[in-house]
Design a protein around this ligand. Structure first.
Ligand SMILES: [Zn+2]
Length: 144
């Protein structure tokens, strides 16, 4: 469970004086994302324990984490009543520590009506190509 190298989210989650800290929940710590200009209230929910990947988190812990995500989302909706939709993202590209992005969206905000991060439009594959990819994942499924 300990990261191989120092992890910035482990440090932030353990620091009660972190200036972006919103609150601590039983299994997670809520902090503000540094970037607030385009999406006021944009928060990150950090799992207290370090896991590199979602599939490594024990199911009960992950379910509790997702419940805490819903509690944080409800608080953001109350704090920013003009929030029209909450976008959730779990990426881990920059920091390999399981965390959720909670991005409050508002009418007319940056990239309104689209994902908060623009993505390059890709051409649709042939149906058979989707079938090959789906079959590969289906074959890799393990029953719990
Ligand atoms: Zn970590």
């Amino acid at each position: 469970m300990m990261p191989k190298s120092p992890c910035i989210f482990c440090r932030i989650a353990a620091d009660p004086n972190e200036p972006t800290r919103i609150c601590e929940l039983p299994h997670s710590v809520a902090v503000l994302n540094f970037e607030q200009r385009d999406y006021p209230g944009y928060a990150l929910l950090l799992l207290k324990n370090h896991y590199d990947h979602v599939h490594e988190v024990p199911r009960d812990l992950f379910h509790a984490f997702i419940d805490e995500r819903a509690q944080l989302a409800a608080a953001i909706f109350r704090a920013f009543p003009d929030t029209s939709r909450m976008n959730y993202a779990n990426l881990g590209n920059l920091v390999s520590h399981v965390h959720e992005h909670l991005i409050p969206r508002h009418a007319g905000d940056h990239n309104a009506g689209a994902p908060p991060w623009p993505m390059e439009k890709q051409p649709r594959l042939a149906d058979a190509e989707y079938g090959i990819i789906a079959a590969r994942i289906r074959a890799a499924f393990k029953k719990p």
